[in-house]
Design a protein around this ligand. Structure first.
Ligand SMILES: Cc1ncc(COP(=O)(O)O)c(C=O)c1O
Length: 364
């Protein structure tokens, strides 16, 4: 019998979240962002639920190949473009659209002896300062690309750094429009936070939206809003079971470093889940955990293979009881991944991407 820890991917929730995107951006086509192996869910596991998207966006050519192997014939966009000249060959062969964010990528395309013309997304750096041409250099890049016989169509994109916070999207939108207002081509502007928070300002401006985290049921702007606020459903449940019990007396401690001391008699459940499964080691005492669907608290340090939980709220819990680390319990009770992430000082994105290879992942 394998260790009882298991991650379950919820297909219906993925479809629901995609429908939420459609409602929030009714006039845009949707790139379902499936980079990082669909934010840890597994491209093959999310594919059916997301196949009504208009295209898939990702980074790795190997992931693009996996989508083609699933018989996806629609658009695929490489969000970071090609990493070297040989990638262009694969782009031609697999019909991949690719981002152009630097002059080196234009040089490689110009040198590429391709049969099939390429569809490219030219990226502007509107303030994120990661990838893209600055507004001052953008038009020169566009002119160069436009002159290449290898290029069939140029679309325009940028990425918002602050769509989830008080700075919003205004400055980026202004910079982008000032430079591109008279250029032809489709636009792709919005990530999850922009789709949900700035739908009105962006209406009619983003032919393609690029949602990632909302598809996976996590709020893009925690702690200001929760997933429930945005009517998003959890797409991943990490569950396990109690594999040991301890009865503590006041003054007894739990786990490495004896960092938790019982102030009264309490029963402790030992759960088969640790940082080697991807559960964050930084989760402190008090991090929420569901036992039999009832909210309890993790106590003491997270170890490699185990955590310990105060069972006071669930006196009937015992060996084998169901534990939900995040997601949905069999009772229907929900523990949002964002709450666990917050306790660990991180975001839901990181937790879902970090589920360890030793954890079996199944789709329901
Ligand atoms: C260029 C680009 N577009 C879209 C996304 C999706 O972002 P989110 O998951 O916040 O919706 C990302 C993610 O980092 C990205 O890098």
């Amino acid at each position: 019998m394998p260790r009882p820890i298991l991650a379950t991917v919820h297909a219906a929730a993925l479809s629901h979240n995609l429908a939420r995107v459609r409602t929030a951006a009714p006039d845009s086509r949707v790139w379902a962002v499936v980079k990082a192996n669909a934010y840890g869910h597994g491209i093959e596991r999310v594919f059916d639920a997301l196949r009504s998207a208009d295209g898939f966006a990702l980074l790795d050519l190997a992931e693009a190949q996996r989508l083609r192997a699933l018989d996806w014939r629609g658009p695929i966009l490489l969000l970071e473009g090609c990493f070297d000249a040989r990638d262009l060959e694969l782009c031609s062969r697999l019909g991949l659209w690719h981002t152009i964010h630097c002059n080196e990528q234009i040089d490689r395309l110009a040198a590429h002896k391709t049969q099939l013309p390429h569809r490219v997304f030219l990226k502007m750096n509107t303030g994120m300062n990661r990838l893209g041409f600055t507004p001052e250099r953008f038009r020169a890049a566009w002119t160069r690309l436009n002159a290449l016989p290898q290029v069939e169509e140029i679309s325009l994109m940028q990425h918002f750094p602050d769509a989830d916070g008080p700075r919003g999207v205004g400055a980026q939108l202004q910079a982008f429009n000032a430079v591109t207002h008279d250029l032809p081509g489709e636009r792709s502007l919005s990530n999850s936070a922009a789709i949900l928070r700035h739908g009105e300002a962006l209406a009619g401006r983003s032919d393609w939206v690029r949602p990632g985290i909302v598809l996976y049921g996590s709020a893009p702007d925690v702690p200001e809003h929760s997933a429930a606020h945005w009517d998003l459903q959890p797409t991943m449940t990490l569950s396990s079971r109690i594999i040991g019990l301890q009865q503590l007396q006041a003054g007894d401690t739990v786990g490495y470093g004896s960092s938790f001391t019982a102030d009264q008699p309490m029963r402790i459940g030992v759960v088969a889940c640790g940082y080697a499964d991807g559960y964050p080691r930084h989760c402190p005492t008090g991090t929420p955990v569901l036992v039999n669907g009832v909210r309890c608290r993790m106590v003491g340090r997270v170890s490699m293979d185990m955590i310990t939980v105060d069972l006071t709220p669930v006196p009937r819990a015992g060996m084998g009881s169901e534990v939900t680390l995040w997601g949905v319990a069999s009772s229907g009770a929900v523990l949002p991944i964002d709450e666990v992430a917050r306790a660990a000082g991180t975001v839901g994105y990181e937790l879902m991407c970090a589920v360890a290879p030793r954890v079996t992942i199944v789709a329901d």
